[in-house]
Ligand binder design. Structure first.
Ligand code: PEP
Length: 253
């Protein structure tokens, strides 16, 4: 039995002051739920330090939205795994479709970052998903297979235990369009099969596969009811405490 994992990806939203207000409100609303659901928030880098102390002992973990594939040095604007760890970060989102689309991140870079994060002690949330054009051309399975294999290249079974996969159809992110529970389950089952083929059943049965794409309080429950959907990566609906806490509660109800 896998424990649901719900993470909020705040993207480039909230100043540090606003982030602290949001977290303070959120932790009160989700108090006592961490036995039933793993929870995390992934604010911008600029808020990590402010938020970390507010999360201590609350059952809500801290995540980052990206990391460098280098350890340190002359890489202007980059943030290393060691810097994140030092701030109390536990999870790191890698290969979000916005990074793939706007910052040209490839499967190869994603796998390098995942390997690097794991080596440093961070837990990667590796994102994959097809575009609308790819879905309409019946290429979803091909795209998911290629992205999953490429993004996890070089990881061994022991490392894979520590990785979360987020299936996020690009056409459903921030658009208000959600994959139907059946559409999502179909891809999640494919991901589980690919993980079984690559890492064995024991590992594949344990890996958390989140769904992401316009998940809200009112559609979370039916998505989470599917056998291979183990949680959610939530963008827009994680930006207010009321909505995000309702989403989390509905997911486990
Ligand atoms: C995301 O960006 O990870 C996401 C799923 O966004 P939204 O929930 O806003 O669609």
């Amino acid at each position: 039995m896998r424990k649901l994992f719900i993470a909020g990806n705040w993207k480039m939203n909230k100043t540090a002051t606003e982030a602290a207000q949001l977290v303070s409100a959120l932790v009160k609303k989700v108090e006592g739920l961490s036995d039933k659901v793993t929870m995390a928030v992934c604010p911008p880098f600029t808020s990590l330090d402010r938020i970390a102390p507010l999360l201590k002992g609350t059952g809500v973990d801290l995540g980052a939205q990206n990391l460098s594939d280098k350890a340190s040095g002359a890489y202007t604007g980059e943030t290393s795994a060691a810097m994140l760890l030092d701030l109390g970060v536990k999870y790191v989102i890698i290969g979000h479709s916005e990074r793939r689309q706007y910052y040209a991140e490839t499967d190869e870079l994603v796998s390098k970052k995942a390997k690097f994060a794991l080596g440093a002690g961070l837990l990667p949330i590796v994102c994959i998903g097809e575009t609308l054009k790819e879905r309409e051309a019946n290429k979803t399975s091909h795209v998911i297979t290629t992205q999953l294999k490429g993004s996890l290249a070089g990881l061994n079974a022991e490392e894979m235990h520590k990785v979360t996969i987020a299936y996020e159809p690009v056409w459903a992110i921030g658009t208000g369009k959600t994959a139907s529970p059946d559409q999502a389950q179909e891809v999640h089952a494919l991901i589980r099969k690919l993980l079984t083929d690559a890492f064995g059943k024991a590992v594949a049965d344990k890996v958390i596969v989140q769904y992401g794409g316009s998940v809200k309080a009112d559609n979370a429950k039916e998505l989470m009811a599917k056998p291979d959907i183990d949680g959610a990566l939530v963008g827009g609906a994680s930006l207010d405490a009321e909505g995000f806490s309702a989403l989390i509660k509905n997911s486990i109800s």
